[in-house]
Design a protein around this ligand. Sequence first.
Ligand code: AP5
Ligand code: ZN
Length: 216
Amino acid sequence: QNIVLIGPPGSGKGTQAPRIRDELCLCHLSTGDMLRDAVEAGTELGKKAKAIMDRGELVPDELVIGLIDNASKSPECDRGLLLDGFPRTDVQAAKLDNMLKEKGTTIHKAIEFKVNDDILIERVEGRRVHPPSGRTYHVKFNPPKVDMIDDVTGEALIQRKDDNAEVLKRRMTAYHNQTAPILQYYQQRSILQSIDAMQKIGQVTQQLDEILYKSI
Ligand code: AP5
Ligand code: ZN
């Protein structure tokens, strides 16, 4: 099955995605992670995306669509896609529909991570990430065993460049203006389900399990 996760910055998409991926053997595609990898690797795409991401705006549709189109062709993705941070505009949503239709499949569930805007600043300011794996921690809500060290590899954790109050404001504006409208699009198709993403990490996982194990 193909699942889309939609929610504002810091709402918990990247925290929950690996759990769903492992349980359902889906291929987790995070356009944010892919773009950060491209920036790190200094590719043409990375060069185009860097300044836009640092400002907290959305990178052009055709760039992220290209990333998803490529990545979804990998054989690992045959069992289904778990999309995190894509689609984020109505153009991306329409393109995704076409891409899936060509493969003879469709989106089975769109899950909205509902949160109040005012809790997000603490979430993003306390976030620490392990870029090679995409693993995410939080200094207060999900601390690593050793400060600033990844539990699994022992490598260093970093803070994302866009995780500060000023850039967060722009990311939220982008979410409300460009991304939130696609919720209605999925609602009309009766595939939208919302969860309370303000609960503790484990409770959010439970809500997701309830949605995902209901027959599709
Ligand atoms: P992206 O990487 O997608 O960032 P985002 O959407 O802003 O989402 P985040 O990664 O900030 O939030 P999350 O929901 O994954 O939260 P997390 O689980 O880490 O995009 C970055 C940029 O790339 C964009 O601004 C744009 O420029 C570009 N981009 C990406 N995709 C694009 C697209 N499709 N089109 C155009 N441009 C695109 O959790 C956050 C923190 O909270 C963590 O520390 C975590 O430990 C903690 N936490 C999680 N859940 C809980 C909980 N329940 N309780 C307490 N703490 C929690
Ligand atoms: Zn994320």
